[in-house]
Design a protein around this ligand. Structure first.
Ligand code: IVH
Length: 657
C-alpha cells in the first residue's frame, strides 16, 4: 500500500519535473507539486526502509560523501579536435569526404560546462562520473542526483550509458555571484559545484545538463546520431533544441554564422559549435586519432577582444622568482568571465607597446589562457597617462632584482622570499606534481603565514599539528583529515612527480619524466654528473647544469634527506607494476591500427602492467593484439595458434587494473 503510493508519487513528481525543466511545459501547478513532494517526504521519513534510491527527494541534496571514488570509463571519454576558422572547417569536411562520399552532419551548440557520463541500470540512475583524464573520472552521483534536468529514472527499464554536459545558466551564475561567491565564469562555477562532497551545495546551485552522446548505439539498433538524440530524448533526457541536421558545407557555415551572431541570446554560455558526422556507419569508417574522433570536430569561437582602462600596473612574483608586470583593470566581461587582471609578460613587451597606466587598452582572452593586453588605443590618451617603469626591487621582500643577460625577465634571487616560497609550495601540491588535492592558494598562504609550512617537507609534518589546525577558522575535523589523507597518499607517487614538484629550473613534466625513467631513483640522479645527464636524449646542457647545480646545494640535499625521512617514495614506479596482471611476464605484439591508442600508448600500458612488447611474432609471443587492417603478423599468429585479442578485448583486460 505505502510502497504503491510512494511509487505513484515518484512517477507524478518525475513527470512534473520533466515537463517543467526539460519540456518547459508544466501540466500541474506549483502547489500540487509541493503537495506531492511533501507527502513523499513524510512517507519516507515514516518508512525509511521504503525510500527509493531514485527518489526525487534526493534532489534537495543532503547526501555527503567522504571522498570522490575513481571510476573507469570502459569506453574512454574522448575530447574533440578544434578548428578555428572557415578554412579549417572546409578542410575538416574535405578530410571526411575522402572516406565518406556525401557526408551529412549534425551541428550542435558547444555548451561551456563539464562533461559527464550517466549510467542507468534498469532505467534508474546509478552512477554519474566526470571525464577526468578520459579513462579515469570521479564518481559524482550524489551531486548529479540534485540536477533537475538529469532524470533519476528514464522511461524504459533499460541499462544505458549517456554522456553530456553539466552547466550553469547565465541567470544562476549571476545570482550565485551576487550572493557573494566569486566564480570567474559559469563553467568554473559548475565544475566547482560538482566537485563538492556535500550534495546540498550542488542542489543549491541550480545546475543543468544537456545530453549529446550515446557511446553504445548498436545496442539499441540506432544507426544515425540524429536517431541517437531522438532516442535519448524519448527516454526523458534533456536534448538541446538547437541541434540541427546539416546537408552540406554551406548549411554548416550558415549555422555557425547564425550562432556566432546570436549566442548572447541563449540563457547559457556556449564556446563554439560541434560538428558530428550523422551516419554511425560513416563514423566508424572514419575512426579515431589517438585522442579524438575523426568524425567530429569543435569550431571554437574566436577570442573576444574588449576595451577597458588600466588602473594600475602591479608586479607579481612567480615560483622561479620571476617578477612579472600585470595590468590592474577596470573590470570587464570577456567571453563570459569578468576580468580585472591581464598579463603584460615582461618589461620589453610593455615598452614595445608603450603601455601606460591610465591607457584604454584592448584585452583578449582565448579559452583557458591568461588574458592579455593586446594593444593600446592611443587616440584615447588624455596626456595624463604615466609611462611604465619596471620595478627594480621585489614587491614582496624588496630584494634588488637581477636581469639575466639572455632573458627579458627580472628575477628576485632571495631564496627566502616569502612570495617565491609560497608559489613553490603551491606548485608542489599541483596536479602534475605531488597532486595533493584540497590545497588552494589561500590555505597555503595561511599555513605559511602561521608558520606551519615553510618547506616542502613541512607538508609531511602537518599531522603533528592536527589538533591546532582543526581549531583554525574555516577548518573542521573532516577537511583537515581529508588534507592529511591526501598528503599521506602523495608519499607513494612515482619519482617524476617529486622531481617536477621540486621546482628545479628548466625541469618541466616532460624532463622530469625522462630523468626519472633514465635514472630510476633519486639517489642515482643525485650522484650523476653533468655529462651523464646532458648526454641523455632530449636533455641538453642547460637542463644538466640546472639539475647538477640544484643537487650540489647543501640546503637542497638536506631537504631531500628530510623528505626521505618521511618515507616519500623516490623511485620511478611507472614501469614497475605492483601486482601480477594478465600482462605480467608475457610477450605481446601489436599489429594493425588501434582506434583508441597510438602504438606508443598501447606499449606503455602493457609495459606498465608488467608485459613486454616486441615487433615480430614468434613461438615466444604470448598474445597478438590485432587492430584494423592487421596483415601478415595476424596470419602468422593464427598459424602458430597464438592468442589473439581485438581492441575491445585489450580494453576490457586493461580496465581490470
Ligand atoms: S561531443 C566523442 N557535443 O566539448 C564525443 N561535446 O572539446 C565527444 N561539449 O569534452 C563530445 N557541447 O565536454 C560534444 N554538443 C556537444 C558538446 C560537447 C560541449 C564539450 C565536451 C567535450 C568538449 C570537446
Amino acid at each position: 500500500m505505502v510502497r504503491d503510493r510512494i511509487d505513484e508519487l515518484i512517477k507524478l513528481i518525475d513527470k512534473a519535473n520533466y515537463e517543467y525543466y526539460t519540456l518547459d511545459k508544466p501540466t500541474i501547478t506549483d502547489q500540487e507539486y509541493d503537495r506531492y513532494m511533501q507527502e513523499l517526504l513524510d512517507l519516507e521519513e515514516k518508512y525509511p526502509d521504503l525510500k527509493r534510491d531514485d527518489s526525487p527527494t534526493n534532489r534537495v541534496g543532503g547526501q555527503v560523501i567522504d571522498e570522490f571514488k575513481k571510476v573507469t570509463h570502459e569506453i574512454p571519454m574522448l575530447s574533440l579536435g578544434n578548428v578555428f576558422n572557415e578554412d579549417e572547417i572546409v578542410a575538416f569536411d574535405e578530410r571526411v569526404k575522402k572516406v565518406v562520399a556525401q557526408p551529412k552532419y549534425v551541428a550542435e551548440l558547444k555548451i561551456d560546462g563539464l562533461s559527464v557520463s550517466l549510467l542507468y541500470k534498469n532505467g534508474v540512475l546509478v552512477r554519474a562520473a566526470t571525464r577526468g583524464d578520459g579513462v579515469t573520472g570521479e564518481d559524482i552521483t550524489h551531486n548529479a542526483r540534485t540536477i533537475k534536468t538529469i532524470p533519476l529514472t528514464i522511461k524504459k527499464p533499460i541499462d544505458i550509458e549517456v554522456r553530456g554536459e553539466i552547466y550553469m545558466s547565465k541567470d544562476s551564475f549571476n545570482k550565485l555571484n551576487e550572493s557573494g561567491e566569486n566564480f570567474a565564469n559559469p563553467r568554473n562555477a559548475a565544475a566547482g559545484s560538482v566537485r563538492q562532497l556535500d550534495s546540498k551545495v550542488a542542489a543549491s546551485r541550480n545546475l543543468d545538463c544537456f545530453i549529446y552522446h550515446l557511446p553504445d548505439p548498436e545496442d539499441y539498433n540506432i544507426y544515425t546520431h540524429e536517431d541517437a538524440l531522438r532516442f535519448m530524448k524519448e527516454l526523458g533526457f534533456n536534448i538541446n533544441p538547437n541541434n540541427k541536421k546539416i546537408n552540406d558545407i554551406k548549411e554548416l557555415l550558415d549555422y555557425i554564422d547564425y550562432w556566432t551572431l546570436n549566442r548572447s541570446t541563449l540563457p547559457y554560455e556556449i564556446d563554439g559549435i560541434v560538428i558530428k558526422v550523422n551516419d554511425l556507419n560513416d563514423q566508424q569508417k572514419l575512426g579515431f586519432t589517438a585522442r579524438n574522433p575523426k568524425w567530429a570536430t569543435a569550431y571554437k569561437f574566436p577570442a573576444e577582444e574588449v576595451l577597458t582602462r588600466i588602473k594600475d600596473i602591479i608586479f607579481t612574483v612567480g615560483r622561479t622568482g620571476q617578477v612579472t608586470p600585470s595590468a590592474d583593470l577596470e573590470p570587464v566581461r570577456v567571453m563570459g568571465s569578468v576580468i580585472s587582471r591581464a598579463t603584460l609578460h615582461n618589461e620589453d613587451y610593455v615598452l614595445a607597446k608603450d603601455i601606460r597606466v591610465g591607457d584604454v587598452v584592448a584585452i583578449k582572452k582565448a579559452g583557458d589562457v591568461i588574458p592579455e593586453v593586446v594593444k593600446v588605443i592611443k587616440e584615447r590618451r588624455s596626456g595624463a597617462e604615466q609611462k611604465f617603469q619596471m620595478t627594480q626591487t621585489c614587491p614582496i621582500c624588496h630584494e634588488k632584482l637581477t636581469r639575466k643577460d639572455d632573458e627579458a625577465a627580472y628575477y628576485c634571487t632571495n631564496i627566502h622570499c616569502p612570495a617565491k616560497q609560497q608559489e613553490k609550495l603551491i606548485h608542489f601540491t599541483s596536479r602534475h606534481a605531488m597532486n595533493i588535492e584540497g590545497f588552494g592558494d589561500r590555505i597555503i598562504e595561511d599555513f605559511y603565514n602561521l608558520g606551519y609550512l615553510k618547506s616542502y617537507d613541512d607538508f609531511y609534518n602537518l599531522n603533528k599539528h592536527k589538533e591546532e589546525l582543526m581549531k583554525l577558522e574555516g577548518f573542521g575535523t573532516k577537511s583537515i583529515n581529508n588534507l592529511l589523507a591526501e598528503i599521506e597518499n602523495s608519499k607513494h607517487n612515482s619519482l617524476e612527480r617529486l622531481l617536477f614538484g621540486l621546482s628545479i629550473r628548466h625541469v618541466g613534466t616532460k624532463t622530469a619524466d625522462i630523468l626519472a625513467r633514465h635514472f630510476k631513483t633519486l639517489d642515482n640522479l643525485m650522484a650523476a654528473d653533468f655529462d651523464s645527464i646532458s648526454n641523455i636524449k632530449d636533455i641538453g646542457p642547460i637542463i644538466a647544469k640546472s639539475v647538477t647545480q640544484y643537487f650540489a646545494s647543501e640546503e637542497n640535499r638536506e631537504l631531500i634527506q628530510r623528505l626521505k625521512g618521511h618515507g616519500i617514495n623516490m623511485v620511478y614506479l611507472k614501469e614497475i607494476s605492483q601486482v601480477t596482471t594478465e600482462f605480467t611476464d608475457k610477450t605481446f605484439v601489436l599489429t594493425g591500427s588501434l582506434e583508441r591508442f597510438t602504438r606508443d600508448e598501447a606499449k606503455a600500458k602493457i609495459e606498465s602492467l608488467g608485459g613486454l612488447v616486441t615487433n615480430s611474432v614468434s613461438k615466444k609471443t604470448d598474445v597478438v593484439i590485432a587492430g584494423q587492417e592487421a596483415g601478415s603478423k595476424l596470419t602468422k599468429a593464427q598459424n602458430l595458434g597464438i592468442d589473439i585479442w581485438n581492441e575491445e578485448q585489450f580494453l576490457n583486460t586493461l580496465s581490470k587494473y
